[in-house]
Design a binder for this molecule. Structure first.
Ligand code: SF4
Length: 419
């Protein structure tokens, strides 16, 4: 070690905290708080026809078991509104107490008034101020939805989206901008319109008697830099809890990366109290993938822990077989599949750290950092896989059943430590 080395005390990195109000989204005795000191909540949305109450309830159950703490459903027609109480009943029968959010556009004022059982069965209403009616009708119809929320004691999200932005407001701000000596860019005016629409609607709801504590806001756009700009400003201008998500994020890798990039930057700044990843499912892909990604974003930032983490090396020229890839995947799948049961059976199991490494270079070192780690043999190494438990080498596995034996070791460890 060089003689002049000295310890400098490098600053730790962690997400900032933002002070917000706290909303309570409840179903029966089950309350999901959002904002304030609550952890950042994961939410999702179904893509079933809500009229199909059974199919919708099944998908909600899958989303809830995957870790979604709130689930939004489309309520677009009288038939869908009539089905909502049946969806709720099915869930109650299955013991799934996740609160439901109704997603309303255009006719929400009518549906919430004409279908009181629907209004009651939902725990929160999403209101898009760009889609509640134009001109004189806007405030009246918006007010009808707020009245329903107050009558049934429900939270609301005032959810603005740049795809359905209040055009009258945008036109007004554009005119105002044109009169400036140095006009802002059109995009900046659009940002202003999104934020103004959300905050003015919240103030209007409060002027009608709605408690500020029951209002959440969102201003969704589909560009990463746009989302960052809008939410930074929105967070400055209000203390309502914020629903954060990149709208129309896209499919597969693109949608995942874009969402993770935008959300992580904002969450690190303390912005965002509940998140949704708006991923377009690839054909055959489970709807729950959006919940997995949302949870992984929060877990990667150290904001929440949902499932045991599996550290795996990327592999390189020292691993010529796919053994360690298969093993990393099999242990990851195994841990995720067990979580719905383990979550209640083994409190704290989500903090477990497992390492599956490909060779001796970093394998033993990384394995020692994990609670349980296995270092598989790389090309040319002896066919033996040392297992490390709590930083100590505990055993060496050999032969064709290394994966199964390792599963068993992990399970035994979990029973002993968290049981
Ligand atoms: S641990 Fe070994 S196999 Fe894995 S990336 Fe590093 S050198 Fe390659």
């Amino acid at each position: 070690m060089p003689a002049d080395t000295h310890l400098q005390g490098i600053a730790m990195s962690q997400p900032k905290a933002r002070q917000t109000l706290q909303a309570r989204v409840a179903w029966g005795d089950h309350v999901v708080t959002v904002g304030g000191d609550a952890p950042v909540r994961v939410q999702s949305m179904t893509n079933t026809d809500t009229v199909d109450a059974i199919g919708t309830a099944i998908q909600i159950k899958e989303l809830a078991l995957a870790g979604s703490e709130l689930v939004r459903i489309t309520v677009n027609t009288p038939e869908a509104a009539a089905a909502v109480p049946h969806v709720r009943e099915q869930l109650d029968r299955m013991g799934i107490n996740v609160p439901l959010i109704g997603d309303f556009h255009y006719n929400g004022h009518r549906l919430l008034t004409e279908f009181p059982d629907c209004a009651q069965a939902l725990s929160k209403y999403r209101i898009n101020p760009g889609n509640v009616g134009k001109g004189d009708k806007h405030d009246k119809q918006f007010g009808q939805m707020i009245e329903a929320a107050m009558r049934y004691n429900k939270a609301v999200r005032i959810g603005v989206n740049w795809g359905s932005l209040d055009q009258e407001l945008l036109a007004k701000l554009m005119d105002e901008n044109a009169l400036r000596a140095k006009p802002f860019e059109a995009k900046q005016v659009m940002y202003e319109a999104l934020i103004t629409s959300a905050i003015d609607s919240a103030k209007l709801a409060q002027s009608m008697g709605m408690s500020a504590n029951q209002i959440l806001l969102s201003c969704k756009v589909s560009g990463v830099q746009d989302l960052i700009a809008v939410y930074r400003e929105l967070a400055q201008r209000c203390n309502y809890p914020l629903h954060l998500g990149l709208t129309e994020a896209g499919m597969g890798t693109k949608g995942t990366v874009a969402s993770a990039t935008a959300l992580s930057i904002l969450l690190q700044e303390g912005i965002g109290d509940t998140i949704r990843v708006s991923l377009t499912p690839q054909p055959g892909e489970a709807r729950t993938q959006e919940v997995v990604i949302a949870s992984e974003i929060l877990q990667a930032l150290g904001l929440r822990t949902f499932v045991p983490s599996v550290t795996a090396c990327p592999g390189c020229g020292r691993t010529t077989s796919t053994t360690f890839q298969e093993m990393a995947k099999s242990i990851d799948d195994f841990l995720r599949a067990q979580m719905p049961v383990w979550r209640t059976q083994y409190p704290g199991v989500e903090n477990l750290k497992v390492a599956v490494m490909g060779c001796i270079v970093n394998g033993p070192g990384e394995s020692k950092h994990a609670d349980i780690g296995i270092s598989l043999p790389g090309s040319g190494e002896a066919p033996a896989a040392p297992v490390f438990i709590d930083g100590e080498k505990a055993m060496t596995l050999r032969g064709d059943n290394i994966a199964q034996e390792f599963h068993q070791i992990v399970e035994t460890y979990i029973e002993k430590r968290f049981g």
